[in-house]
Design a protein around this ligand. Structure first.
Ligand code: GGG
Length: 360
């Protein structure tokens, strides 16, 4: 028997339902590894970071946390945010800190229908929805640039600036990533999203870069759509979309809309990739910490399990990733669904069914 490939994974459940869904994904991956005949194994290290950690220490993660994470093959993340900590503090202290320091500039967020799950679009009898939102994940509106109370203005007169940063290199690399992805799909099309009629600097640079990059991909159909029109298109003409590339904020919003249209935010998987592999990439469900249902076994684990499948792809275990996706589909098709998608199953029931459906 050949030597076992061991992948080291840093698990960061963080806040709210993060703990439940990370445990779910871990259970599925461990079941796969146990039955791999020693071909591969996962070596997990869990970190207690998040809002609870912040309340105890004043930090969202250890001071040397990034150095520690750097040596892992991947990071498996849950969700960040809890009412006791301002959202911008928790997001910047953990999730965005990791994404930006590890130059995870490509956030890939696939959306598709699952058998057995009714979505608002299905009710309207649309053709199947299957697209990937590619989110620029390192700059744009989340560059962290700006300031408050400029020029010494006092209370009641405060001014704040939030600057979006668009670099030609940053735009070009995410667009090439999107085009390369589109080339591997049945529908070879990239839709670029901006609000360049109103935002006349950064987003015009984005549009011009898109037009230039597109010339290198004559086999891929393209369109440039304003974000308001694209929101309507998501609902009214989803069958016309394949790969959607957008800036940090626009893609963040559109991917939530997409997963809601597929049936629930709990279904959507994502990968924050450092495509050059100089740093670890991070895999997480699109959803947040959902304080209203945390700790009750109600969280939908499918987004997290789907994110684990994306991590398997990243490790080169694509056959296993496909098995996980097939097991998810078999589970939803059998009607084993959490309440957010109309069922009565608990998180653990869904996990048990997915593991069962792996057919080990
Ligand atoms: N698992 C994703 C998560 O925790 N999201 C919380 C959030 O507020 N994210 C903002 C973002 O995606 O930039």
């Amino acid at each position: 028997m050949s030597a076992t490939s061991t992948f080291t994974i840093a698990a960061v459940p963080a806040d709210g339902v993060g703990a439940e869904v990370v445990a779910a994904g871990r259970a599925v991956l461990d079941a796969l590894a146990e039955n791999s005949g020693g071909a591969f194994a996962f070596d997990w290290t869990e970190f207690p970071w998040g809002c609870g950690y912040y309340e105890r220490t004043g930090r969202m993660m250890d001071e040397d946390g990034l150095e520690v994470l750097r040596d892992f093959d991947a990071i498996y993340f849950g969700a960040v945010g809890w009412p006791s900590v301002p959202d911008h503090v928790s997001l910047w202290g953990l999730r965005l800190r990791i994404c930006q320091n590890f130059d995870q500039w490509a956030n890939v967020r696939p959306v598709h229908f699952h058998p057995g799950i009714t979505s608002p679009l299905r009710k309207a009898d649309h053709t199947p929805l299957d697209w990937v939102v590619v989110r620029e994940n390192s700059e744009g509106e989340y560059a962290g640039l700006g300031g408050r109370n400029l020029a010494g203005r006092g209370p009641g007169n405060e001014v704040a600036l939030q600057t979006a940063l668009f670099t030609e290199k940053g735009c070009e690399r995410i667009m090439r990533f999107a085009f390369d992805l589109a080339r591997g799909r049945d529908r070879k099309k990239v839709s670029s999203v901006t609000k360049s009629n109103a935002q006349q600097y950064g987003m015009v640079l984005w549009d011009e870069t898109f037009a230039r990059v597109a010339r290198d991909y004559p086999d891929v159909e393209t369109e440039s759509v304003l974000v308001d029109a694209m929101s309507a298109k998501f609902v009214l003409k989803p069958e016309d979309l394949s790969v959607v590339v957008a800036s940090n904020l626009n893609a963040d919003i559109l991917s939530d809309l997409g997963s809601a249209l597929a049936g629930s935010l709990g279904l959507a998987a994502s990968a924050n990739l450092n495509p050059e592999r100089r740093f670890p990439s991070m895999f997480e469900p699109v959803h947040g910490s959902a304080p209203d249902i945390a700790g009750q076994g109600l969280a939908n684990p499918i987004g997290a399990i789907g994110s684990a499948a994306l991590m398997l792809d990243h490790f080169g275990l694509s056959t296993e990733a496909a098995r996980v996706r097939a097991a998810i589909e078999a589970t939803t098709a059998a009607g084993i669904l959490t309440p957010d998608v109309g069922g009565t199953a608990k998180t653990g029931d869904v996990v048990a069914a997915v593991i069962d459906n792996l057919g080990n």
